[in-house]
Each structure stands twice: as structure tokens, then as C-alpha cells.
Design a binder for this molecule. Structure first.
Ligand SMILES: *Cc1c(COP(=O)(O)O)cnc(C)c1O
Length: 492
């Protein structure tokens, strides 16, 4: 299968090259131009393990990997060394809402689902393409990607990873998770700017040929662990396919029934994976794109104008505080009928004027996508109500999707069973969660809040939390956005 840049039709590569390069040289995103069909009956699907489903999906997308290579990557990634449950992604059902818990990995957020396998895919891809240089991963994070990426790459031979995060723009637990990261090959750098500043600068560094030359002299080549890498995107398709099979297995739905999928969205990677699952033939009716107060996507889906000229809000769902939603470019590409020239023009409009408008759109692409957003008070109300009614604690990101789902059902009376992507453990955001549950949070530090949450929820504290409690800070650097490039060279 061929992956093409969203911005140039002659810019094509194999799957392994796309994983290794991360982003195309023209700044576009490598995108599959045809989506493979699910090669299995839905009855059979319900009998497969997580690893078997992952194989089925990756087999279809990563066509230049051998079966053995895929099995080896999958078995190393999706094991009980990395996840606290053998089913990897359990489902918690409340009536017609099915919370797909994607937070049972090392850093208790959904990015572990893909970042636990990416380093293995990348190592295989490097061998396959006879890359002699060491891989340098640059990542901008809004809180979760950075830690999950470092946990994945920690001490993987011939790799180095540098993570940039907005100082003051992530939760204290997220920050401590990153700053205590082990591994000789890991670096964490705070920037005095927001996530979009970090992401834009990282994108520029990737396409900066002079910088590429400088790092090549030191024996490195760039690659990206951000959600634009198809080595992240494709493993994410697997859990939606798996969830559908599990709902059959547990008699929540019957074979062939349609489901809706609601996703708390930031960079549009997770929901794009759900879109691909639908294109593969999974019986999905509607995709619900849920945003927080940074509701640029809601506006886009309602008006077809994407306008990033707007205030940036730091909210209680920080991993979704994003105004420039990178992976949307792939959906735009599909909406224009995989037309690279048109996509490139729109992205150029975005870069020069901060906005673009889709005029000729493929109605088909947008037909099954709805969007809405929730504000911070809504989030607190949803966490409280879910706990008080069902004794189930959800995190603020999941809460965003939960509210938007409830509103969608109310407005449309569409009672199709809905899979809600539960993207983080409540233990990752104890301050907001305990605030929602009416505790006096000003009196407690985060770890006291965690202990209180444990008593209240009856869910044992995950290893991810226990292990940072007494760990010491290893990373202290903070730089201005303009010094990010210099700080990269300093790490080599
Ligand atoms: C990254 C993240 C999101 C947003 O996912 P995207 O793929 O960027 O849309 C939502 N919730 C949590 C907890 C996250 O870490």
C-alpha cells in the first residue's frame, strides 16, 4: 500500500518509510489513498484477542512489514509488562454508553495504546530501509504524548527523544511524570509558550534542511512520534475494531448492529482512527467529535470554515487545549477526493491567513460526523453526576465526550449504542476530579488527592502514580520558543 503526502501527489512512500520519516518533506502528512477492508466476519471478530485484532488491522495497513515482524512488535507492545490488564482495553458499560478504557498502559492515558508499539515499528522500519543514522524523535506535547513517548522509547538502542511541553500548561502530575522520566536517551524541555507554539516549532524543525544537516553531522536523522505519524494512527484503529467485537461477545449488541463513537478530540488523531475503522467496514453510524472550550473543530464542522484566529484557553481538559488540529489535514485531503493540490492550497491559506474554507466538499466525508463542545463547568457536572449515579469515576477528557454524547442523544433521539473513548485515568487529573466531587482541593496536594480518590472510587492506584510519588526530578530545562532549535543541538 502506498502512502501519499496530503500536499503533493508525487510524494509517495511505503508504510515503513512513512513511519521512519514521520512527516513528508513538503510538510504534508503521509496518508493512505485507499482504505483496506476488514478482512474478517464480525462473528469471528468477537472471538479475537486484542493482539489478534491489532495484527489484523496492522496487516492491512503496514503492507511492507512481514507477518513475523508485526507479531513481534505487537507481542512486545501489548503485553502485561506494559498494560495492567490482559484485555488491554476493557469496556465499562452503563446502559447504552460503553466507556472504552484506553488508559491501562504505562502512563494511564490513551496515547500508550499507540506509543507502546511505535518504537518497535520504527526499529523494524529503520532496518528495512537500511537507515544508518540514529533516530532523533522530537515531540511537542500537551501533556500526555510526551510521557507516553518517552516511556516507549526509554533506552531503546539507537534512538534519542526530546520532548517539548508548555511550562505551566500541563497538570502537576503530568509534569512530574515527565520530569522524573528515566533513560539516558530521554530529554524533557519546558517552553515559555503554549502547545501550539511548541508544535509549530517542532514542525518547522522537521522541515528545516539546515538543521537536518547539522544533526546528520552528529549521526542523527529526525523522526516524529507525534500523532501525525502513521505508526501512531494505524494502531489506534485496532481498539475500535476490538471494541465492536467485545460488545458482541458481551451481548451488548448483535452482529451487524451499528454503533456510534464519541471521541474527546484535540489533534484529531484518535477520531481519525475511528473514521478509518468506519471506512474499513466496521458498522459505525455516527462519529461524535467532542471538544472543550477550544472549540475550533466544532465551528469547523458546523460552518466548514477553519479559523485559528481565536483566543487560546487553558482548561481542565488540558490534553485537548489545541487550536491547530494537525490530523484534520488528512480528513480534508479525503474530503477533497484525495486531491493534494487543493489540500496544499487550503493549508497554505491556513498558514498565511489563519483560516480556510472548504467550498467544494465531499458530502460523503462529513455525512457521519457531528461535533459539539463542553465548557469547564459542564465537565465538573458530568464527573459528579456519573459518579453519583453510577459510582463510576471518569476523567475530565472523557467527561467532555460524555456530555457531548448526552446532548447529541437529547437533540437527535438517536439511541444507537455509543462507544465513548475514555482517554485518561481519573488518577491523572485528581485535582479536577476531586473538585468535581466536591472536595476541598485547596487543602490537599495532588498525592493526597489521589489517596482520597482511591478511598472514594475503590479503584486501586495504578503503578504509574505509585512510581512517581517518590521519584526525583531529572529534567529542569526551560527555554524560550526561539531557543528550541539551539536546545535540540545541545542535547546531541
Ligand atoms: C491526546 C489526548 C486527547 C486528544 O486526542 P487527539 O488524538 O489529539 O484528538 C484526548 N484526551 C487525552 C487524555 C489525551 O491525552
Amino acid at each position: 500500500m502506498i502512502y501519499q503526502s496530503t500536499r503533493h501527489k508525487n510524494e509517495t512512500v511505503t508504510a515503513s518509510q512513512a513511519i521512519l520519516n514521520g512527516i513528508a518533506p513538503d510538510g504534508g502528512l503521509y496518508t493512505p489513498i485507499s482504505i483496506p477492508k476488514l478482512n474478517i466476519t464480525l462473528e469471528k471478530l468477537s472471538t479475537l484477542s486484542y493482539q489478534e485484532v491489532a495484527f489484523l488491522v496492522l496487516r492491512a495497513f503496514l503492507t511492507d512489514f512481514t507477518d513475523d515482524e508485526l507479531h513481534s512488535c505487537i507481542n512486545q507492545a501489548y503485553s502485561t509488562n506494559n498494560f495492567d490488564t490482559p484485555v488491554i482495553a476493557p469496556i465499562h458499560s452503563i446502559g447504552n454508553k460503553h466507556y472504552l478504557e484506553l488508559f491501562h498502559g504505562k502512563t494511564i492515558a490513551f496515547k500508550d495504546m499507540a506509543l507502546s508499539i511505535l518504537p518497535y515499528l520504527m526499529s523494524v522500519a529503520a532496518k528495512k530501509n537500511h537507515a544508518h543514522k540514529k533516530i532523533l524523535i522530537l515531540t511537542a506535547t500537551s501533556g500526555d504524548t510526551g510521557k507516553a513517548a518517552m516511556a516507549g522509547f526509554e533506552n531503546v538502542p539507537n534512538t534519542k527523544i526530546i520532548v517539548f511541553y508548555p511550562k505551566g500548561g500541563v497538570s502537576p502530575i503530568q509534569e512530574k511524570q515527565m520530569l522524573t522520566q528515566n533513560g539516558e536517551n530521554t530529554h524533557v524541555i519546558g517552553i515559555t509558550g503554549n502547545f501550539d507554539d511548541a508544535q509549530s516549532a517542532v514542525k518547522q524543525m522537521f522541515t528545516n534542511t539546515q538543521l537536518a544537516k547539522k544533526i546528520a553531522e552528529k549521526g542523527y536523522q529526525f523522526s516524529s512520534a507525534n500523532s501525525i505519524n502513521i505508526g501512531r494512527l494505524t494502531p489506534q484503529i485496532a481498539y475500535y475494531v476490538y471494541a465492536y467485537g467485545q460488545l458482541i461477545k458481551h451481548k451488548k449488541i448483535q452482529v451487524g448492529d451499528t454503533v456510534n463513537i464519541a471521541v474527546p478530540t484535540g489533534n484529531f488523531g484518535n477520531i481519525l482512527a475511528a473514521y478509518y475503522a468506519k471506512e474499513m467496514g466496521l458498522p459505525i453510524k455516527t462519529l461524535i467529535c467532542a471538544s472543550n472550550k477550544n472549540n475550533v473543530l466544532t465551528d469547523f464542522f458546523h460552518t466548514r470554515t477553519y479559523n485559528k484566529n481565536r483566543p487560546f484557553f487553558v482548561t481542565n481538559s488540558p490534553s485537548m487545549d489545541i487550536i491547530l488540529s494537525s490530523n484534520l489535514e488528512r480528513l480534508i485531503f479525503h474530503a477533497t477526493g484525495n486531491h493534494a493540490e487543493k489540500t496544499a492550497k487550503l493549508m497554505n491559506d491556513l498558514a498565511t491567513t489563519g483560516q480556510y474554507t472548504l467550498d467544494e466538499l465531499s458530502a460523503q466525508t462529513f455525512k457521519h460526523l457531528v461535533a459539539d463542545y463542553a465548557n469547564e463547568t459542564d465537565v465538573l457536572t458530568a464527573i459528579k453526576s456519573c459518579f453519583e449515579t453510577h459510582r463510576y469515576v471518569i476523567d475530565p477528557h472523557t467527561a467532555v465526550a460524555d456530555i457531548v454524547t448526552d446532548r447529541y442523544i437529547q437533540h437527535t433521539q438517536d439511541h444507537t449504542p455509543t462507544i465513548i473513548a475514555s482517554t485518561a485515568s481519573p488518577y491523572k487529573f485528581p485535582r479536577s476530579v476531586m473538585n468535581a466531587l466536591g472536595k476541598d482541593i485547596d487543602q490537599m496536594d495532588d498525592f493526597t488527592l489521589i489517596d482520597t480518590l482511591e478511598t472514594l472510587s475503590n479503584i486501586p492506584q495504578p503503578q504509574a502514580v505509585l512510581s512517581i510519588k517518590h521519584a526525583s526530578i531529572r529534567h529542569q530545562t526551560v527555554v524560550a520558543v526561539s531557543d528550541m532549535e539551539k536546545s535540540v543541538l545541545n542535547c546531541l
